[in-house]
Design a protein around this ligand. Structure first.
Ligand SMILES: NC(=O)c1ccc[n+]([C@@H]2O[C@H](COP(=O)([O-])OP(=O)(O)OC[C@H]3O[C@@H](n4cnc5c(N)ncnc54)[C@H](OP(=O)(O)O)[C@@H]3O)[C@@H](O)[C@H]2O)c1
Length: 274
C-alpha cells in the first residue's frame, strides 16, 4: 500500500493518526471540504476516512457523515480502493450485554443514524472495507486533549474548579488515542480481517477510580488539591463494547497503562498557553 488518503487530519484523531502514518506511508491529506470533491478525481491506494461531524454537531451529522461520505466515494477514480471507515459505538441499539459486532444496529440519535447510513453506503459501494467502531477516545494526541469528559475533567481540576461525579459509580470503556494510532499499521495490513467491522476499546474501568487517579495526577504535577463532589445521577446509558473479536484477530496489540496516559494528558494540558 503506497499512497494513503487521510480525511479529517486537522481533527483530534486525525492529528495522532497522521503522525503515526507519515513515516511509513505516502500520506495525502484531504484539504477540500467533502462536498467539494470532484467525481473520480482521487487516485489513492487506500483511504482512511475520519472527517465527520461528532455528536455535538447534530445538525451537520447527515450532511457530513452521509452526504459527505457519498461525495468522497464518488470522488474515487477506481472501484476497488480499500477504505477504512471510522464509525462509532453510537450505531448500536441499547443492549444489556456487551455489544458484539453483530449486535443490532439502531440509534435514536442523528449521529448514530448518520454513521449507520454511511456504513451501509460503504457496504454497497463494492470497495474493500474495514469498519472501525471506537468507543470514547481520550488522551493527549501531541497537540490536543480532545472533547471527552475525561479531558474536560482534567481541565476543571487544573483550574481548581469543583468536579461533580454521578453516583452510583459505573464501568465505562474508553480508548487511548495513541493506542489507536499505534494499532493502525496492523489494521491496514492485508489479511482476512478486511471486509469486517471491529469494536475498538480498552477493557472497561470503573469511571470514578479513573477520575480519582486523574485528580491525583493533577495534584502531583500541579500541586492542586482535587475538588470533587458526588451526587446521585441518571442510570448509566452506554453498554460496553465486546473486545472478543479484536483480541482474537490482533492478539499482539495491547493497551498502554493508564498511569502513563494520565501523566501525558496532564503534562500536555499544562504546556498549553492559558
Ligand atoms: N473522538 C472520539 O471519541 C470518537 C469516537 C468514536 C468515533 N469517532 C469518529 O472518528 C472521527 C474523527 O473524530 P475526531 O474526534 O478526530 O473529530 P474532530 O476532532 O471533530 O475532527 C473532525 C475532522 O473532520 C473534518 N471535517 C468535518 N466536516 C468536514 C467536511 N464537511 N469536509 C471535510 N472535513 C470535514 C474536520 O475538519 P474542520 O475542522 O476543518 O471542519 C476535522 O478535521 C469522526 O468520524 C468520529 O465520528 C470519534
Amino acid at each position: 500500500m503506497k499512497e494513503v488518503l487521510l480525511t479529517g487530519t486537522s481533527g483530534y484523531l486525525g492529528h495522532a493518526l497522521a503522525k503515526m502514518l507519515e513515516p511509513q506511508f505516502e500520506l495525502k491529506r484531504l484539504t477540500a471540504r467533502l462536498a467539494e470533491i470532484q467525481p473520480e478525481s482521487l487516485h489513492p491506494d487506500c483511504v482512511i476516512h475520519l472527517a465527520g461531524a461528532l455528536r455535538h454537531r447534530e445538525t451537520e451529522c447527515f450532511e457530513t457523515n452521509f452526504l459527505g461520505f457519498q461525495s468522497l466515494l464518488k470522488g474515487l477514480a477506481h472501484p476497488k480502493i480499500p477504505i477504512v471507515y471510522f464509525s462509532s459505538r453510537a450505531v448500536y441499539a441499547p443492549h444489556s450485554e456487551p455489544l458484539q459486532e453483530d449486535s443490532p444496529l439502531a440509534s435514536a440519535e442523528a449521529y448514530g443514524q448518520s454513521k449507520i447510513q454511511a456504513e451501509r453506503l460503504l457496504l454497497a459501494s463494492g470497495h474493500p472495507f474495514l469498519i472501525l467502531r471506537p468507543t470514547l477516545i481520550w488522551g493527549w494526541n501531541g497537540e490536543q486533549a480532545g472533547r471527552s469528559f475525561i479531558a474536560q475533567a482534567a481541565k476543571r481540576l487544573m483550574r481548581q474548579e469543583t468536579l461533580t461525579l454521578y453516583l452510583p459509580p459505573r464501568n465505562h470503556d474508553s480508548l487511548y488515542v495513541q493506542d489507536l494510532a499505534r494499532w493502525l499499521p496492523s489494521l491496514l495490513s492485508p489479511g482476512p480481517h478486511w471486509n469486517q467491522a471491529f469494536n475498538l476499546a480498552a477493557p472497561p474501568t470503573d469511571f470514578h477510580t479513573l477520575i480519582l487517579r486523574l485528580a491525583q495526577e493533577v495534584e502531583r504535577q500541579c500541586g492542586h488539591s482535587p475538588q470533587i463532589q458526588f451526587q446521585p445521577g441518571p442510570p448509566a446509558r452506554a453498554p460496553l463494547l465486546s473486545l472478543a473479536k479484536f483480541r482474537q484477530t490482533f492478539p499482539q496489540l495491547g493497551w498502554t497503562p493508564e498511569a502513563q496516559i494520565l501523566k501525558a494528558l496532564v503534562q500536555g494540558l499544562k504546556a498549553l498557553p492559558e
